[in-house]
Write a protein that binds this ligand. Structure first.
Ligand code: N01
Length: 499
């Protein structure tokens, strides 16, 4: 019998009377930046600012506006553990609903007075004691700690397709959806069939329009049915919050025991996920269409798509799957390698993100003049337990390389990360150090263990996926998520250089 999961965050005790209280600068008012603010307040630290480049909170859920936008992690699990939401209307919450939840959090925890909207950090330098941050507007600020809560899915990736700029119709990336374009009656081209593309297909296929899906690589799709929560059920959840908390625990356990294990090691979990994906694919009746939608790699090697609707959508008469490669984009549409022109009015690029950029183009410079780009240059992004970088003291990265981001609840593991950062700040308050940065040898040892654990995971089973870093190592956590949370329960100060 497995031990019950540990609580996601160790409780944040207020700093003791007389403890030093640092100023903390946070970049980004998405889910992790807001959480950082909440925990600082719980610790009694009010001297912090959250710099947000846009005019509202919500991060990815504010940026993305595409039709079908929803979270494919169950809503009662994609929730702060301490803030259940009985109001979720669907098992998979819709994007605007999640943004409303974030707005509610910002108001309830009185975070807005700490958020500086419309400010984007352009440069950050450590002077030996404090981080000096300059915004694009010229505004400057400084603090003892700098926390990047920028996420990693925010640099839209424009595909390198010849002629893209010559397209005469409307063209936009999925994360920059042009709300002024009415899709009805239009011939739409969609490039990309990842998690975003699949959600767009499911939604747009229901509109009176023609949808041409340009697929480079088929994806595995796990059949997870959505469900609306009726009013009576939501009322019940309001009256008995224990139900939502139990649902959270159920999804947490299920993810850790089944899906996460299926990804990291061979066993019945992997066989079960594979069988369910195959069963889902077999719902495609036309043998040719089914063959074109059949991947030639193992399920989960690319981030698995969670959808009940995708295959039925692909079988609607208004949807056409194009599997011939794209040769170029022309004024009138897309020309494929078979010489055929596919005439289009609208071109949607669901081509993903430059996921290895993290907080960049913001440049960090340490007291010795070393920049983050130089530190990450040859080897690519790396960080001690995903959140701290050798040579860059008092800087933390939430959701950095090698965190457990594949198909799990980002909120769940961010609670562990923020708990860790708060404990480091607590040690600062006690006067145990002025600056801390992870030791290079501790970071190297962490990477040796990661490399070892990567054997047997699906991510190295042979496919192209956006997890793979510059050094060939997937930037994901190759063990069970609970081990990540456990590892972050207490900072091991001996792994850090303290000054
Ligand atoms: O992007 P992707 P995404 N020509 O990189 C294709 C999160 N997310 O926006 O597979 C033709 O997965 C590319 O083809 P290929 C989630 O973490 C979460 O869909 O490289 N095609 C692929 O099909 C997810 O993993 C939710 O051959 C080109 C697609 O574009 C992450 O966002 C919902 C091409 C890109 O797929 C990114 O997902 C949605 C080219 N030149 C997203 N270039 C939740 O619900 C790229 N492609 C939580």
């Amino acid at each position: 019998m497995n031990a019950p999961l540990s609580p996601p965050i160790p409780s944040i005790p207020p700093l003791p009377e007389g403890a030093r209280k640092p100023r903390v600068l946070i970049l980004g008012a998405g889910m992790s930046g807001l959480l950082m603010g909440i925990q600082l307040k719980r610790a009694g630290i009010e001297d912090f600012s959250i710099f947000e480049k846009r005019e509202e909170v919500g991060g990815t859920w504010r940026e993305n506006r595409y039709p079908g936008l929803a979270c494919d992690v169950p809503a009662h699990y994609y929730t702060y553990s301490f803030e259940p939401n009985p109001e979720w209307h669907h098992r998979f919450a819709r994007g605007p609903e999640i943004q409303n939840y974030m707005r509610h959090i910002a108001d309830k925890y009185d975070l807005r007075r700490h958020i500086v909207f419309g400010e984007e950090a352009a440069d950050a330098r450590f002077d030996g004691r404090r981080w000096q941050v300059k915004m694009k507007s010229g505004r400057e600020d400084s603090g003892e700690f700098l926390v990047s809560a920028c996420g990693f899915l925010h640099h839209p990736r424009e595909p390198q397709i010849p002629g893209l700029e010559h397209f005469a119709g409307k063209r936009f990336h999925s994360a920059r959806w042009d709300m002024s374009v009415d899709l009805k009656g239009k011939r739409i081209g969609l490039i990309g069939t990842g998690s975003t593309g699949a959600q767009i297909v499911s939604a747009v296929s229901k509109l009176p329009c023609e949808l041409n899906v340009f697929q480079r690589t088929p994806q595995w799709v796990f059949p997870l049915p959505d469900r609306e929560y009726p009013l009576a059920e939501r009322e019940l959840l309001k009256r008995f919050p224990i139900i939502a908390r139990t649902a959270y625990k159920f999804f947490d356990q299920s993810f850790d025991h089944v899906l996460a294990r299926a990804m990291i090691e061979p066993g019945w979990q992997r066989r079960m996920v594979e069988a369910l994906c195959q069963w889902n694919l077999d719902r495609v009746k036309d043998p040719l269409l089914r063959r074109h939608l059949t991947p030639d790699y193992q399920p989960m090697c690319k981030r698995i798509i969670m959808s009940w609707d995708f295959y039925p959508a692909m079988q609607r008469p208004s949807v056409k799957l194009v599997v011939d490669g794209i040769e170029r984009v022309e004024e009138q549409g897309i020309r494929t390698v078979d010489g055929k022109l596919h005439p289009l009015d609208v071109l949607v690029l669901a081509t993903g993100f430059n996921t290895h950029e993290y907080l960049r183009p913001l440049e960090l410079t340490n007291a010795q003049g070393l920049t983050l780009s130089q530190a990450w240059g040859e080897r690519g992004p790396h960080a001690y337990y995903s959140l701290a970088i050798p040579g860059f003291p008092n800087f933390f990265l939430l959701g950095g390389p090698h965190s457990p981001l594949a198909n799990g609840s980002v909120i769940r593991y961010t609670e562990a990360l923020v708990g860790y950062v708060m404990q480091c700040i607590g040690h600062y308050g006690e006067g145990r150090f002025n600056t801390l940065a992870p030791r290079q040898d501790a970071t190297d040892a962490f990477y040796d263990s990661l490399r070892e654990s990567m054997q047997g995971t699906v991510w190295v089973s042979g496919c192209q996926n956006w997890y793979i870093g510059k050094d060939g190592l997937p930037e994901v956590w190759p063990r069970r998520p609970r081990e990540f949370n456990e590892a972050l329960r207490r900072p091991r100060l001996e792994a850090f250089e303290l000054n």
